[in-house]
Design a protein around this ligand. Sequence first.
Ligand SMILES: *Cc1c(COP(=O)(O)O)cnc(C)c1O
Length: 230
Amino acid sequence: MTVKENLKKVNEIIRMACEKSGRSQEDVSVIAVTKYVGIERVQEAISCGLFDLAENRKEGLLEKQQEIHDERVTWHLIGTLQTRKVKDVVDHIDYFHALDRLKLADEINKRKKSGKLKCFIEMNISGEESKHGIKENELDDFIDALSGYEHIQTVGLMTMAPNSDDSDLIRDVFRRLRNCRNRIRDRKLDYAPCNELSMGMSHDYRIAVEEGATFVRIGTALVGNELKGS
Ligand SMILES: *Cc1c(COP(=O)(O)O)cnc(C)c1O
């Protein structure tokens, strides 16, 4: 499948999910996750108008950036980041989706030369041991602790739903993330406006959009997975 064909399907599903939930499609940004594909496929995505690109590892992101010099691209780092790697990438990305501990915030704040890095706080809603992220009952304290960081802007919350076929379970996770987002947004903090929801991947983005996602992160269903041959 070409990216263009995939994108048409994805946009159609998003359109229907928006219609069902009374949302405007303009409020949903599609991020193309390019971690499974090579540079040609990334170029193809850009030629389809996909200008939000994401990698889950800083090495992958910097590799892609070496090949792609297109001012229209917004770069998202969506995976967890080791503290010692912050300095290599902090001035090369527009959004970071996996802020999950204060030590990492310390390092970002120290290394960012100017301006603010737009960050999502990664939340572990499902409570799975294997998952990164802040728990729901830890969120307000975490937000409070971020108030002194002049180079960090908390734009929203991010989560990954459990890898499951149980759509009720997935929906519940997304709904709880939205409730957390609303709670922080209502605090009207300058440093944490928290308007955005980064949720939904290839197998669950329809549900995520129905539940209010403003950024969906789609790899396999959009640009494919060359490692798996799809
Ligand atoms: C890989 C990845 C995605 C996209 O996964 P697909 O299932 O291929 O759409 C989204 N978010 C994160 C954090 C990822 O690591």
